[in-house]
Every structure is written in C-alpha cells, then in structure tokens.
Design a protein. Structure first.
Length: 126
C-alpha cells in the first residue's frame, strides 16, 4: 500500500467496495476502511456504521453484478480530507456506465470517518 495516507485510505475504500465472497469478507473490509461510527452519504444513501455501509455496498453489487469500482485519476488530499474520482467498470467488457467523485474525511487512525459522494455519470433509466 502507498506511503501516502490519503492513497492508503482510498485503497482500503476500494477494497471494501470490491469485496465479494462470504458476508464476513465485505464486513471485514468495511471495518478496515471506515472508523467506528463512520458515515457514507451520496444521492442514494445516507448511512452510518459498519453494517449499514456494508448493506449499501451489497446493494451496489446486487444492482451491478460483474462490475468493480476503480480509481479514475489521482487522490488529492490535504489536512484530513481527500477527494478522488471513480468508475464502476464491467469486468467482462471494460465499459463504465457509472462514475462519480467522492470526498472523504479521515479519522485520527487513518481510516475514513465520512464519505460524501457525487454521481457524475449514471445509466439512463427506462
């Protein structure tokens, strides 16, 4: 992992978003990425705590099976705040129907205290 604390926190964030397998694996990844009582807010969710964050992630996996989240660009940070762009990419064909930007605040232990996310590109709805 990177020596840069912002990049390290964001790498753990993507590990949580891309964790699959038995429920305990994603739950452990969420606990590694977020501080206790951490929050996640975007246009579709506003939750706090490990279990609720893991449920949001599970919902994204259910809606987009066969997709993975990836960093789009570099992580920019100062003080205890970082921002970055991401894409949701099809493992099969590399298409990225969803993209966004997130701003994270880090806790003293380097894990994420809060995420505020924005959806920059979403697929059309029928």
């Amino acid at each position: 992992m990177s020596e840069n604390r912002y990049e390290t926190a964001v790498a753990r964030y993507f590990e949580a978003w891309n964790a699959t397998g038995p429920a305990e694996e994603p739950a452990k990844a969420v606990e590694a990425a977020w501080s206790e009582g951490g929050t996640y807010t975007d246009p579709l969710a506003d939750v706090a705590g490990y279990e609720a964050i893991a449920a949001v992630i599970a919902g994204a996996h259910a809606q987009f099976p066969g997709y993975a989240f990836r960093l789009d660009g570099v992580v920019d940070g100062h003080h205890d705040v970082a921002r970055f762009r991401w894409e949701l990419v099809s493992v099969a064909d590399g298409s990225a129907p969803v993209a966004g930007s997130d701003v994270v605040t880090l806790a003293k232990d380097g894990r994420i205290a809060s995420v505020v996310g924005f959806l920059d590109r979403v697929p059309p709805t029928a």
